[in-house]
Design a protein. Sequence first.
Lengths: 168, 129
Amino acid sequence: MRWIWIDKFIEFHSGRRAVAVKNVTLAEEHLHDHFPGFPVMPECLMIEAMAQTAGILVGEAKNFQEKVILAKIGKAVFFDYVTPGDSIRLEAQIETISPEAASTSGRITRGDQLIAEIELMFSHIDQNLAGKKFPEENFVFTGAFTSLLRDVVLESSQPGARGTESAP
Amino acid sequence: MSRDEIFQKVQGVLVDALGVDDDEVTADATLMGDLGAESIDFLDIVFRLEKAFGMKVPREELFPVESLLNDPQLVSNGRLTDQGLAELRQRVPHTDLTEFQKNPDINKLADLFTVNAIVNYVDSRMNAA
């Protein structure tokens, strides 16, 4: 089982804004326990989906050189349930980005309906304030995540390799 | 901008960043002890101050402590040396060192960062321009 909570990017504006979609399906095993007879996507997984959308946006802004880790959930407000068969749209935008951290705001919608508002902060852990050292290779952005960007036309397209895999 | 206006805005920033109530954000409240701030919150506070006051805030100007703690000339036996105190005074003119310098225990450094210290910093930046 892979821990990827977004299916594809439909928009990607490097350093500014990204939009991803996630299709919710009864084939997701946890839905049968959450809850029996009333399957709904757990809010924590919606936050994770937003963290992946926003985290990739933040990571790409620095060419995946930083290890981008979710550090703070500033706000996560939900307005309705998301159920199997729904296709949700996750929009994230970078509010601020600095060498040590980034903050993002985001909305999840289903069609015209607002499902959630989520504000996140990410830490670039190699630039951490405590002087802690982490392994050199980027364990955050593995092939699983960088491949999500392959099909998206990047607004500022650059030739050459990105992240840990070379472009096709 | 008057000091009162600055205080109101700083209060708003801290309420948003730390999820505390207005009435908890008093002038003497310490960020870490009283308001529960952690290191990621310090970065969040800096981002929000920049937005609220329309100025760039180099993080090391507001919360410069880490590099101090790692220098053996500045810290000895868990206390700041005279050189350390002088260095601190220079880097954080917006904090109140009167009590701290009587016993410069590095574990008490965090208590220097009060709401007032932030208001002082913003005030000096806005009124220097």
